[in-house]
Ligand binder design. Structure first.
Ligand code: URP
Ligand code: ZN
Ligand code: ZN
Length: 470
């Protein structure tokens, strides 16, 4: 049995921190002990990692990625191999990607296509949510099969993108009723797509073609209204609801109200909505702003969305931070929207930076160390049926472990990142803290600023039901 000892680190959990040692046996955490507790077995270990002065935390879980997603006339530029490698560099040891059923396609065919992309190509463990792009009787039956037999217990619908992924309210209600009967989680892209399409056409007619019009034609009200409508539909269906990639504070307010009346409604945001803005990024001169086109869009800093999102993270009104990693290169991809913002592929890539960027929230006093672990590791695991296999340092859990050095720094940019992107939304930013060592199921995948993992090590995660539902 291979044994690894990580000793003298500050062990972090969502509920506290303590000095201690972690003994790893093959793929599993064998035991956690007080400092020095395992000193007698240290000489029998295959590897000993000194974590003095460093944090030791569960591997990050990014529950919202889009590797190789065909979208916007092109496809997301990270494969499962490149994207999962970049994730590992950043201290993320599990991803949940979105398998896709398009309108008119069989759900099982869509799922099989996603398995084919991922199998044998991941460095870290991976699971799938299923995008249901055409709610009909067959798709509803498939939801049941996926939940009961395939380890896919969460389904994303879109109130946006008419003609691509869009579901109307009747379809949404039917899918929510099915999810309710299964105990499955409904995930919602909450923006009023048909109304946005009108605003986009009108803007283009006025000659408003620059990237910033992407946000101006997707006003806060379109997110707020759709969020409220999704919550009402979920109430009628008695279904749990997880609103993805929230950027507008008014929309989160609707989540707060639902949670205050005890509803199983959860909100997710992403680093881009905490750090980037309409004024400073999407409105960069020329076509530069295209790098920041994503949906929901970046919001105005003057209106205070970013500060409000941090506050909602502190108060647990927002439960999870994922990346919505959907990378496109500027060349040949974002450039599809030169002269017409509506043709810019929607998405920002940051799977590599989520743990570091959220740690900045600790450095700047926005969140505590414990909350960092909670929103990036533990809650994602519980929300999507992976706990306690993932998301916690505990005897019996998978040995997905990050040693994090708070005294080192990380320089973010295209010269240093490992994502398959020709630009970075965080170019030139120097952050406090650095991912020191990463283990995925007991295998060291990052050490001494070197990748030591293996494409194909990552295994498919069959997930259970959400562990938050009451
Ligand atoms: O802009 C985004 N968010 N692209 C990815 C697709 C989605 O809606 O999550
Ligand atoms: Zn979406
Ligand atoms: Zn997404």
């Amino acid at each position: 049995m291979a044994k690894i000892l990580i000793h003298s680190g500050t062990l972090l959990s969502s509920s506290g921190q303590t000095l201690g040692d972690v003994l790893i046996e093959d793929e599993i955490i064998g035991a956690i002990g007080a400092p020095g507790y395992f000193s007698e077995v240290a000489s029998t270990c295959d590897k000993v990692i000194d974590a003095t002065g460093k944090y030791v935390l569960p591997g990050g879980i990014d529950v919202h990625t889009h590797m190789e997603l065909p979208f916007g006339g092109t496809a997301a530029s990270d494969t499962f191999a490149t994207g999962s490698t970049a994730a590992a560099w950043g201290g993320t040891t599990s991803i949940i990607d979105f398998a896709v059923q398009r309108t008119g396609e069989d759900v099982h065919d869509g799922l099989a296509a996603w398995h084919a992309k991922a199998v044998g190509n991941c460095v870290i463990d991976y699971g799938f949510h299923m995008i249901i792009g055409g709610v009909d009787d067959a798709a509803l039956d498939a939801m049941e099969d996926l939940t009961n037999n395939e380890g896919i217990t969460s389904f994303k619908l879109f109130m946006a993108y008419p003609g691509v992924f869009y579901s109307d309210d009747g379809q949404i209600l039917r899918a929510m009723q099915k999810a309710s009967s299964l105990g499955a989680m409904m995930m919602m892209h909450a923006e009023n797509g048909p109304a946005i399409d009108v605003l986009v056409s009108q803007a283009l007619e006025r000659g408003e073609t620059d990237p910033r019009y992407h946000s101006l034609t997707r006003p806060v009200e379109m997110e707020e209204e759709a969020t409220h409508r999704a919550i009402m539909l979920a109430k009628v269906a008695k279904a749990p609801l997880y609103i993805v990639h929230m950027s507008a504070k008014e929309a989160v307010r609707a989540v707060v109200e639902a949670r205050d009346r005890g509803a199983n409604v959860f909100g997710e945001t992403c680093p881009q909505y905490l750090y980037l803005s309409l004024e400073e990024h999407l409105s960069k001169p020329g076509f530069e702003g295209a790098a920041y086109v994503c949906s929901t869009p970046l919001r105005s800093r003057e209106e205070g969305h970013q500060d409000a999102l941090w506050q909602y993270l502190r108060t647990n009104d927002l439960s999870v931070v994922s990346t919505d990693h959907c990378p496109f290169c500027m060349k040949d991809q974002k450039e599809l929207g030169l002269g017409n913002f509506s043709k810019i592929p929607n998405g920002i890539g940051s799977v590599e930076h989520r743990m570091d960027l959220l740690y900045q929230g600790v450095v700047t006093g926005e969140i505590t160390l414990e909350r960092w672990v909670e929103i990036a590791c533990t809650t994602p695991a519980r929300m999507f049926g992976l706990y306690p296999k993932k998301g916690v340092l505990a005897a019996g859990s998978d040995a997905d472990v990050v040693v994090y050095d708070p005294n080192a720094v990380t320089n973010i940019g295209v010269a240093t990142h490992h994502m398959n992107m020709d630009h970075s939304a965080y170019e030139g930013i120097r952050v406090n803290g650095h991912v020191d060592t990463v283990l995925s199921r007991g295998s060291v995948v990052i050490e001494n600023n070197t990748f030591t993992g293996r494409v194909g090590h990552g295994q498919y995660l069959r997930r259970g039901l959400s562990q938050y539902l009451i």
